[in-house]
Design a protein around this ligand. Sequence first.
Ligand code: T4K
Length: 371
Amino acid sequence: MNGPVFVTRPFLPPQETYQRYVTEIFNSRNLTNNGPLARQLEQNLKKFLGLPHLSLCANGTLALQLAIKLLRLNGKKVITTPFTYVATVSALIWENCEPVFADIDPETLCISPAQVKLRLARHPDAAAIMGVHVYGNACDVYGLDDIARANGIPALYDAAHAFGSALDGQSLLAFGAAAACSFHATKIFHTGEGGCVIASSQTQEEKINLLRAFGHIGDNHISPGINAKMSELHAAMGLSILPFFAGNLAKLERLAQIYDETLDISSNSALRRPAVQPGLKWNHAYYPVIFSTQELLKTVMDTLERCDIHPRRYFYPSLTKLPYAPAQSCPVAEDIAQRVLCLPLWPDMEACLAAKTGKLVMEAVNSCHAA
Ligand code: T4K
């Protein structure tokens, strides 16, 4: 492959497939406002994922904000993880919630139920738990749901990475009082920009559909809303890509295997992989590697970047370091965030590029050990 290698490349469908939908759009002049393609994509996704209540949105951040509104969490404390993309926490703050950080499980890198319990003891007024299925790995949803139920509060999920992951045979998006997914271009299923909210009842789905479209139906103004609708051009991308998704998932699994074999993780104490939650069929949305030290991570990054390969520090720094979030300490998240690196991975990536990247990582690791 020539040119720079990025952490991911968006999958694109055959241009003529997308073009056929664009022709429909040109013929109908339906560009947005819950048009026929958005409605069709919504139905196709419900069927594909086995989820009865799914509402498309303009992006994953708005999906989170709608889920927060749906559960009436605005202005309240929400227990969440600091090991995630900033959108999880900025969505909470944007909705006037106070994020209370609970530390992560050092193995799965998802929020730790034990730490959530400790935070709830200190913040009995917390109104919800918001977990993040980091990298498409699953939170301990059963543990979190038990705690949520015992405290009479909902558990909801930022499931931005979770499309295509399944837990105990069910889409990971199905868990929680509500979940929000991202269909951003960098995600394994995408619509360019986009996302969805998964609700747990017909009434809630209708509420999301109302809120995402200004809060009115015709001349009937029901509640304050926002514009979070998905356009027909974005829906067309989703419709074009969905038929390729199962194939892409298999390609990602194969590429992850190549990395596994090249990195020889089990016999090397300098690097490890997050543990996958028991019962999870992982979507391999990302390929995170945890190095023994930040110095080693930096050496690996330098080595790769000299070869025009650009991994990403998803997620660095720990969001406990955000200048606009309340100061709190989560030592596990802060430590892991300094040592974790996501290697390039996307469905069309050549196998030889994964092998080459893995070998370069190992060369850098071995050179550090020899020094
Ligand atoms: N919650 C979580 C846990 C999330 O991870 C995210 C988003 C959200 C919520 C919010 O969902 P959205 O509102 O975004 O739907 C990227 C994405 O922009 C962001 O969607 C994603 N998470 C986050 C983990 O990663 P950056 O700053 O790394 O993006 P960027 O533009 O540097 O892209 C990474 C690489 O991908 C580039 O180096 C090149 C390649 N790329 C990217 C784009 C956009 C392409 O080849 N083509 C492209 O069009 O945030």
